[in-house]
Structure formats: C-alpha cells, structure tokens
Write a protein of this length. Structure first.
Length: 225
C-alpha cells in the first residue's frame, strides 16, 4: 500500500492545497497522513501569546481533525511552531520534526508547499521538506509535489505558479469543499480567494486548461521511477 504524507505549514493549507487529489487517492486505496507544523491564529494579534489564544487554538485543533477525518486521513500530526514566524525558529528544528514523522510512517509520496509562495512559513516548510528527504539510497520518499495555497501562491507577484501535474478531482471536489467548511474561521467571503466559491473557481480553471471538469494542479519537485 502506498502512503502519502501532506506537510503543511498551517491548518487549512492541506485542504486548499491537495484535498481533492488526496481524497481521490484514498478512494483508490492509498493511505494518507497530515503533518501541520504551525499553530495558526497567533500571528493575528499584536504579540504572540498562545496562552491568550488557548480557547481559539483548541477550537482550531478540533477543526483540523474534523476536516481531515472527513476525507479519511488516517492520522494527523500537529506541531506548534509560531504562526507566520517560522523564520524565528532554527530550520533544523523543523527538519527534525518532518524527519521524525517521515520515519514513523514511511511515505512514498509527499505533498507540500510551493517554494515561491508569499507566506514565509510556506517557503520554509518547502525547504525543510527537501532537506528531510534528501535523495539518499535508503530514502523512502520517491515523489514530492508542491501545491498552491489560495491567497498566498498567487499573491507573490511577479512569481507565478507553474504546475506540470494535474489530477481530475471532478468527483472529489465536493469532499474538498466540505472539508474546508470545517475551517469556518479561516473562510472569507467571495471574491476573496480563500472562499468556497474561490476553491470551486480554481478547480474549474485548472480543469478548463486540461480538458476536464475540475482539476487540482501541482509542480513536480522530485519523481523517481
């Protein structure tokens, strides 16, 4: 059985980035896990103080499990690196967390962030994933794909997302949208990209470009055959 690991910086990145595809792969017999590195929420205050946000963080953790359970993710790993402050943490600490989870579940496939996102945490997550999966002879990860995150990937002008892999998610887009509904605190009203309408429009856009109804797009980082 092939195992997938999603490595996301923040709660809801995993849904926005690849849940249509992962839901499809789970239905085809894959086993999937999610690692969320950042605590979320705390960057929205003037000063980071997780204790003051404790109730909100507990709610967010419930949202994480509800969203991931809804598509059949086998297990979710949640870390607490400071939200939008990954650059204040030693990169090695993030790498060690990814390495530990990777060694525990032995995934063949990783989905993670695009390196040119506007969000600094996304950039560092990508760098940490590459370091944690260096192509040594005993490395279990054979495929790495970078996903887009609405309201980050497309906002880093003039750098643009340049996918080369597309999955047909016509049948699983409703599961992705339903999973995102669990993150009600992260949703915004249309025309904000991080809206339910925005998610559906982007799936339609990638589908239109590839001759199918709905699609999710990825940039291949590494693929060993």
């Amino acid at each position: 059985m092939k195992r997938i690991l999603i490595v996301a910086a923040h709660p809801d990145d995993e849904v926005l980035g690849c849940f249509g595809t992962v839901a499809r792969l789970i239905s085809e017999g894959y086993e999937a896990y999610t690692l969320i590195l950042g605590e979320g929420i705390t960057s929205r205050a003037d000063k980071r103080n997780p204790k003051l946000h404790q109730e909100a963080l507990e709610t967010l953790h419930r949202n994480i499990h509800e969203a991931n359970n809804s598509i059949g993710i086998k297990k979710v790993f949640i870390e607490n690196f400071p939200d939008n402050r990954f650059d204040s943490v030693d990169l090695l600490d993030i790498i060690k967390v990814i390495t530990s989870i990777k060694e525990e579940i032995q995934p063949q496939i990783i989905f993670t962030h695009y390196p040119h996102d506007l969000n600094i945490d996304h950039q560092i997550t990508y760098q940490a994933v590459l370091t944690a999966t260096r192509p040594m002879s005993n490395e279990c990860v054979r495929e790495i794909y970078a996903f887009e995150v609405l309201s980050s990937t497309e906002w880093n002008y003039p750098l643009s997302f340049s996918p080369d892999l597309y999955y047909d998610i016509t049948n699983t887009l409703p599961l992705k949208v339903k999973a995102m509904e669990h993150y009600h605190g992260e949703l915004r009203d249309f025309p904000h990209p991080r809206s339910l309408e925005g998610i559906e429009l982007v799936a339609t856009y990638w589908g239109m470009r590839t001759g199918i109804s709905k699609a999710e797009a990825f940039k291949t980082v590494r693929m060993l055959r």
